[in-house]
Design a protein around this ligand. Structure first.
Ligand code: OOG
Ligand code: NI
Length: 268
């Protein structure tokens, strides 16, 4: 059981920045612009396989135990994913987006690889306090990685990186000196960070009550057996939320935009 939300998110952040040096650099850039040390996190996202040992429900249990509630469900037909998002009654806490790959919809070859990976996990690993920042629980060869990559970028990312936040998200609403997501994007581009341009630099907008952008994932060298390969790790996202007709800020996600945010871990 997690002691508290802050400790959990601190641990997830440490694990994330260790393989996402750009997140530290973007933090420094924004803190400089803002003359402030506080950057508010809008949400984190997790990826998993929809198998018994690793299901979305089992990841979600960690957040439900901390008082989070399920709020929205999403389906990504082409990417073969289901997702849900969770909010805490204390709206200052970050939201959580968890997706899962519908493994049975992949080719027999990819299914066999994924089943072999998950078979190496302890049955109750998913319940451990450190699971949400525990990374990979299996041996994976470069060949297996490449077979998965050819069929599903998502499957290959998850096989290589395992269980950890795949992004944190700057809440643009909470920035004091920067008003819009477009301004954030200009700052990022001027500083040399490559934006994810799938579906445009800004995904969504005021009409859907959520505008999002992200930088492409950093690249890190990963060990596969006795081989090494540089592959995409994690990325940083930026979100601006707008009020709904009832005056409240929209707290959900937008499937069409999310579909493109997933591509921040593509190799290009
Ligand atoms: C999640 C992508 C969706 C969002 O904010 O729409 C998402 C992922 O890349 O795993 O986080
Ligand atoms: Ni996101």
């Amino acid at each position: 059981m997690h002691k508290d939300i802050n400790t959990l998110f601190d641990n997830m952040w440490q694990d994330y920045v260790a393989i996402t040096p750009s997140a530290h650099k973007v933090h420094a850039l924004l803190k400089d612009e803002e003359n402030s040390s506080e950057i508010v996190n809008d949400h984190v996202a997790f990826r998993t396989f929809n198998l018994d040992k690793t299901s979305l429900d089992k990841l979600a249990a960690h957040f439900l135990a901390l008082g989070y509630e399920e709020k929205g469900t999403y389906n990504f037909e082409a990417k073969k994913l289901d997702a849900r998002h969770f909010e805490h009654p204390d709206s200052t806490q970050p939201k959580v987006f968890i997706s899962q790959l519908r493994v049975a919809e992949l080719t027999e070859q990819s299914q066999a690889i994924i089943n072999k990976l998950v078979a190496q996990m302890d049955a109750d690993a998913v319940k451990h306090e450190d699971f949400l920042y525990s990374g990979r629980h299996w041996e994976l060869s470069k060949e297996e990685y490449e077979i998965l990559l050819a069929e599903s970028e998502y499957a290959s990312w998850l096989a290589a990186w395992g269980f950890r936040a795949n992004h944190f998200t700057v809440s643009v609403n909470h920035l004091q000196h920067i008003d819009t997501l477009a301004e954030v994007n200009t700052l990022l581009k001027d500083a040399g960070f490559p934006l994810n341009t799938a579906g445009g630099e800004i995904k969504g907008g005021e009409a859907v009550h959520l505008a999002q952008s992200s930088i492409m994932a950093d690249r890190q060298v990963v060990t596969f057996g006795n081989e090494e390969k540089e592959i995409p790790s994690c990325f940083y996202e930026f979100a601006q939320r707008y009020a709904m007709p009832n005056g409240k800020l929209y707290q959900g996600f937008v499937a069409e935009s999310a579909d493109k945010i997933f591509e921040s871990t593509n190799s290009k």
